[in-house]
Every structure is written in structure tokens, then in C-alpha cells.
Design a protein around this ligand. Structure first.
Ligand SMILES: Cc1cc2nc3c(=O)[nH]c(=O)nc-3n(C[C@H](O)[C@H](O)[C@H](O)COP(=O)(O)O)c2cc1C
Ligand code: SF4
Length: 652
């Protein structure tokens, strides 16, 4: 099947270097950098992607100056002592794997809140990002000179460290983009106003960086193809800007993305979660490619190698960013090369990776528990003494446990009480906004078949079965079920129907007024109501200050778009105190004022999950070697269940 990807897998010259294929891992901060340096965790993370065959890898934004950092030590920092030695260690490892690695030179301007004593945000003008609302200090001419020198100094350190080059981050409102865009540049001097003036800072940076990097390193520039916001840069002006940038003769490529962090919606949409369309920014790259003679890269929800192949074959771009795709499966290219494209663990656009990164935590992937734990966990070794492993429960925890146990050479039998695998993940896959989660289940089914694990569906394991279990060890992963509703005055005599989220996902009503009381938080309640959204009137009420308060903004933003566009009514800061016939009487938590939600047909009173742990005692009593994992240990998030599955299987 490698023959199916002749364009994607073909080498390409980017400036002075030959890159082994067209698959790009674009800049991202995995949040495991240590004090601004690439430590063992970071190096192992990037090594896994180089070993897996990535053509070109780019670090996340590495601050060129102390005013421009993004992650308080959890991203690379060119000003950190020891950075050159760190780059050298990284370079050795990546080059040994045949990879090519660039450092992204970043200054976050006014778009990322990382202020401190003596460290205000610096930007062309004192314009706030509509998301972080910190007012930066407008740069003086000497600040501009200092920043240009800082970009050059950073490039010099990358050169000294033996890496392959740099990418100047000129998108997302970072410093060069902030100067380019009239949205953030209101200067009246030679750096503001007409396009030539707004280009001046980028030109100076490009020139200084090229001088410091020399002719034998790659120098690229990441730019938007459309800022997609009123007052920002549009497609036509950015194509003109691309011509000017390429016309400097100093750049080896343009890497085209979209949006700007100066705008709260666009900050979220340049890395959209499911169900955003795949490859949504390809037309922007193709439009720029038609105007310039240097290579152009594209990125944005490209997870399917067949789509990536078509992009290169059509000539829309020279390299294809498959960043989250390689977070989910670092061996993507290796699998393409060895005719195993159908075994790639799919990125399903859950955006946990982005949520964790923007919260300043180590990256976590919804589907791949190894991501950013490569060093901490190491490879799963074959079992010293293969045994007979019984896994009870085929939700995310049980599926991963069964897979890893079988991979290690154990003989695995998985019992699932339901007629299909997947547990709560399968239920979420019924909601339109998370339908793509079904890909993960298909992948597990296929993997378990290949690994010859025995799967018994519709087969609950009861206490009576335990005596006869032929197992050297048991993994209990029976999951959780929705907690019961809280008593509400008047509920007993009312015609309002109470449904659990599961019942709503299984059989959503139509032409009804459905109310979600969201006291469980997270995505589950909202996923349930998502299933009802298109054919019903929907109201969501919560005591939280906002609907979905605990959900990271990068996921909450598209949820809001869908819910509010479909006419859902949000009532944060309120609780339901009583039911009177078909009306819910509400109370505002802060004012105490009473209100009403009228003509209600169904209520989901979502209070979170409770563990299904009935079998734990019986298994322990039988003296079986066993482990309890996932939600049946305590209800938590899917990625934690999957990680516990992996760890349990490693201990066998
Ligand atoms: C965890 C994470 C951190 C990111 N950090 C950066 C960054 O530092 N600089 C940057 O230019 N893009 C950053 N991005 C955006 C990616 O480069 C890329 O544009 C985005 O993930 C969309 O591409 P994909 O759909 O192939 O993942 C980050 C993405 C992720 C997932
Ligand atoms: S967390 Fe979700 S979006 Fe991010 S890489 Fe994993 S599957 Fe893809």
C-alpha cells in the first residue's frame, strides 16, 4: 500500500536540505519541556515521531525574548542557560533517526498571558486580545531593534546546537503577524499604516535570522492565509504579503495556517476539534502556492493519509502538516511505508492535547496514552511469562488493557455485557459532535482481531461465573453508569419524563422541550443534549457560572456555536428548585430570584457517573490476581481510563 502514497512519501528539497517525505509535524508545545530546555521527556517525545518516520518536525514556539514566552518554562526558551547544549542533544537523537528538526522562533506579542514583574507583554500597539485582555506595552523603536536582535541571537543558538534550521512564527498574532495585521498594529511611524510599513518588521527579522542561520540552514515563515476576523488580514492581502515575504529571497518555505490569537473565536479555530471539516485550510495554502515560487505547507485537521496524498498530488501544497495525527500515532509514516495504513491509530479531533497544552500541563492525548510519556513509560516489553488474561468490560479501559496485554504475548479474553464494544465512548459516538469517536472503537476492534484476543459480546460476567474463570489474572473494567437524579419537589406527580444521558443518546425524542440540568460537568451531559438538538427545543441550566465551565475553551467554543445556533437556551448560575406540572421553577444562585422554564417534556438530571464495581469484592474473595481500572475504580475521563488500561496490562 506504500504505492498508494507515492507523492506523500516522496522526498522534497526544502532550501538546503532534502526532507525524506512530505509529512510534517508542525510546531507544537507538548508541555514537557523542562525550565525552557529539551530534557529527556521532550527528546523522547520528538524521537518517537522521528523514529516513526516524520519528514520534518518543528518545535513549539521557543521564546526569543523573555517578554515573548508562552508557557512559563513548559515551552522551549532560547534565552534559557544551557539551550545550545539542549539543542545539541536533541539534534543528535533526531539525526540518528534520519529526521530533520527546526526550532520555531516565537514571540507571543499581546496574545498569550505570561506577564510577570518587569515583564509586560510587548506588541506593536497597546491592543488587547479579545481573549486574554491584557494590554501590552506599545514597542518603542529601540524595543524593535532589541527584538530583531533577539530573533537573530536565537537563530544563532539553533545553528550552534546543530539543528536544521528555524521557523519564524508569523501567525496567530505573534510578533511579525502583530505588525502585519491592522487589527493589532495601529502605529503611525514607519512600522505601521501602509503594507510596506507593516511588512518592515518581518523583513528585518527575516534578514537578521537568515544572516545568523547562514545559507545551509532552513529558514521558514509561518503565516496565516486568512485571519478570518473583521479588521484583520484577509485572503487577498495575505497573498500579496506572501509574495513580498517570498520575494525577500531569504526564505525556504511558507507554512500557511489561519486565524489570529487576538480574536477569541479565531484563537480556537486554527486547531479545530471534531466535527470540523478535514483539511479545511488547504485552499488558503493552494492560493498562496499559486503566487510564490518557494515551497508552501498546509495544516489543519488532516488525519487521513489519502487526503494528504491528494493534496501533494494536486500540487496544493509541498508538505502536509499532520500534527495531531502523529500525536495520536507517532508511527504514521512507518505504517504507510509498510503497507499498514489501516492500522494507524486515528486522531479523532478530541483536542485534549490542545486543552492540556493551553492549560500549561503536560500534553495528554485522548486516544494515545503514550504521547508525552515516551520517556516515563518506555516501550511495552513482551511478557516474561505469558498468561491467560481475562478482561471484564469492553469500554476504553478494558479495550486498551486487552490490546496491550495481547501485544505483550498474553492470551486474552475480553467479556463485554453489551452487544457491542466501547462502553461510554460508544455512547458518545452517537452524538453528532463526537460521532468521529467511533473511529477509535473500529481501531480497537481491528487491533484485537489482529492480536487474536477473544472478544465475547453480550456476555456479562456474574459472581456465579467467577468460580469457572480460567485466568492467571483478571482486569476489571466494568465502567460506570449515570448517577441517579436528585430528588426535586413535585417531580413525582409531574408529566415531565426523566431520562439519563444514555437513554437520550440511544433514543432522542422529537418535537419536545428537553432540559439538561448539568450538575455533572464535563462533556457527557452536553453530548446527550447534542443528540436532541436538531429535533427539539433545548434548555441547559447549571449552577456553574457558565455552561460547560469546566470544558476547555477550544472545545467549548464549537459546542457553543452549535448549541446557540440551533436555538438552545443557556441558563447558568441557576438551579431547579421545584416542578409544577410541566414547568420547572428555578432560583438564581446569586440574587435568589425565582424563574421558570415552561412547557417541559423531558429532563436529563446529569449528576456525573457512579462506578459499576459490583464484581470487585467477589473477585478479591476468590483470591484471583486482579486489577481494577478506569471508571469502575472511580469515574474519571476517558483518557485516564485508557492510560490505566495500558498500565495494568504492562504489569502482567
Ligand atoms: C498541543 C499543541 C500545541 C501547539 N503549539 C503551537 C505552537 O507553539 N506554535 C504553532 O505555530 N502552532 C502550535 N500548534 C498548532 C499546530 O502547529 C497546528 O497548526 C494545529 O495542531 C493544526 O494542525 P493539525 O490539525 O495537523 O494538528 C499547537 C498544536 C497543538 C496540538
Ligand atoms: S487528543 Fe484528540 S485531537 Fe489531540 S491528538 Fe489525541 S485524538 Fe487527536
Amino acid at each position: 500500500m506504500a504505492a498508494d502514497f507515492p507523492h506523500l512519501l516522496s522526498p522534497v528539497n526544502i532550501g538546503p536540505r532534502l526532507i525524506r517525505n512530505r509529512v510534517l509535524s508542525t510546531a507544537h508545545v507538548p508541555g514537557i519541556e523542562e525550565g525552557g530546555l529539551p530534557g529527556p521527556d521532550y527528546i523522547a517525545y520528538q524521537q518517537a515521531r522521528a523514529k516513526g518516520g516524520a519528514g520534518l518536525q518543528i518545535s513549539g514556539s521557543a521564546a526569543i525574548h523573555r517578554t515573548g514566552s508562552v508557557g512559563q518554562g513548559r515551552s522551549l526558551d532560547n534565552t534559557a542557560p544551557g539551550i545550545v547544549e539542549g539543542y545539541a542533544r536533541l539534534a543528535d537523537v533526531i539525526h540518528d533517526e534520519g529526521g530533520t528538526f527546526l526550532i520555531q522562533l516565537g514571540h507571543a506579542a499581546g496574545t498569550v498571558n505570561d506577564t510577570d514583574v518587569g515583564r509586560p507583554l510587548l506588541a506593536p500597539s497597546g491592543v488587547q486580545s479579545s481573549l486574554i485582555r491584557e494590554t501590552p506595552r506599545a514597542m518603542t523603536l529601540s524595543d524593535i531593534d532589541e527584538m530583531v536582535e533577539a530573533y537573530a541571537a536565537a537563530a544563532g543558538k539553533v545553528r550552534q546546537g546543530g539543528l536544521d534550521g528555524v521557523e519564524i512564527l508569523g501567525a496567530f498574532g505573534f510578533l511579525p503577524a502583530a505588525f502585519l495585521s491592522p487589527l493589532s498594529n495601529q502605529r503611525e511611524d514607519e512600522y505601521g499604516g501602509c503594507l510596506e510599513n507593516r511588512l518592515r518588521f518581518s523583513r528585518r527579522v527575516i534578514e537578521a535570522v537568515r544572516d545568523a542561520a547562514g545559507p545551509d540552514l532552513i529558514v521558514g515563515f509561518r503565516m496565516p492565509g486568512d485571519e478570518r476576523v473583521p479588521g484583520g488580514l484577509g485572503v487577498a492581502e495575505l497573498q500579496e504579503i506572501a509574495e513580498h515575504l517570498a520575494g525577500t529571497g531569504k526564505l525556504d518555505y511558507l507554512n500557511v495556517i489561519a486565524g489570529t490569537n487576538y480574536d477569541r473565536i479565531q484563537r480556537m479555530e486554527h486547531w479545530p476539534p471534531t466535527p470540523a471539516p478535514h483539511g479545511l485550510y488547504v485552499p488558503l495554502a493552494a492560493g498562496i502556492k499559486a503566487r510564490v515560487a518557494i515551497p508552501v505547507f498546509t495544516t489543519g485537521r488532516i488525519t487521513d493519509p489519502a487526503m494528504a496524498e491528494d493534496i501533494v498530488a494536486r500540487g496544493d501544497a509541498d508538505m502536509v502538516g499532520m500534527t495531531r495525527a502523529q500525536i495520536a500515532d507517532p508511527n504514521l509514516v512507518a505504517k504507510l511505508r509498510s503497507n499498514r495504513a489501516d492500522q494507524i491509530r486515528p486522531c479523532i479531533g478530541a483536542n485534549l492535547c490542545i486543552s492540556t497544552a493551553t492549560e500549561g500541563k503536560p500534553l495528554r492525548c485522548f486516544v494515545n496514552p503514550m504521547a508525552a510519556r515516551e520517556h516515563a513509560w518506555g516501550a511495552a516489553e513482551p511478557a516474561v511469562q505469558p498468561g491467560r488474561i481475562v478482561v471484564i468490560g469492553g469500554g476504553p479501559a478494558g479495550l486498551e488493557a486487552a490490546r496491550v496485554a495481547a501485544l505483550r504475548g498474553h492470551q486474552v479474553t475480553l467479556y463485554e455485557a453489551a452487544p457491542a464494544l466501547g462502553g461510554q465512548l460508544a455512547r458518545w459516538a452517537k452524538a453528532p459532535m463526537s460521532a468521529e469517536f467511533a473511529k477509535t472503537l473500529s481501531w480497537y476492534e481491528d487491533q484485537l482481531t489482529r492480536l487474536q484476543a477473544r472478544v465475547e459480546l453480550g456476555r456479562p460476567v456474574t459472581e456465579a461465573d467467577i468460580e469457572g474463570l480460567d485466568a492467571s489474572a483478571v482486569i476489571l473494567a466494568t465502567g460506570a453508569r449515570p448517577a441517579p437524579s436528585h430528588p426535586i419537589d413535585g417531580a413525582a406527580g409531574s408529566p415531565v419524563r426523566f431520562l439519563t444521558p444514555w437513554e437520550m443518546l440511544e433514543a432522542p425524542p422529537s418535537d419536545s422541550h428537553v432540559v439538561l440540568i448539568d450538575e455533572g460537568g464535563g462533556r457527557a451531559g452536553l453530548a446527550a443534549i447534542d443528540a436532541a438538538l436538531d429535533a427539539n427545543r433545548v434548555t441547559v441550566i447549571t449552577q456553574d457560572m457558565a455552561i460547560g465551565e469546566l470544558i476547555n475553551l477550544n472545545i467549548r467554543t464549537p459546542l457553543y456555536k452549535r448549541f446557540l445556533s440551533a436555538g438552545a437556551v443557556f441558563r447558568p448560575g441557576e438551579q431547579v428548585v421545584r416542578i409544577e406540572d410541566r414547568n420547572l421553577v428555578t432560583r438564581n444562585l446569586y440574587s435568589g430570584a425565582q424563574g421558570r422554564i415552561e412547557d417541559v417534556d423531558c429532563v436529563i438530571d446529569w449528576r456525573g457517573n457512579q462506578a459499576v464495581d459490583d464484581m470487585v469484592g467477589a473477585i478479591a474473595a476468590r483470591g484471583l490476581d486482579h486489577q481494577v481500572i478506569g471508571d469502575c475504580l472511580a469515574p474519571r475521563q476517558v483518557h485516564i481510563a485508557i492510560a490505566e488500561g495500558a498500565l495494568a496490562a504492562r504489569q502482567l
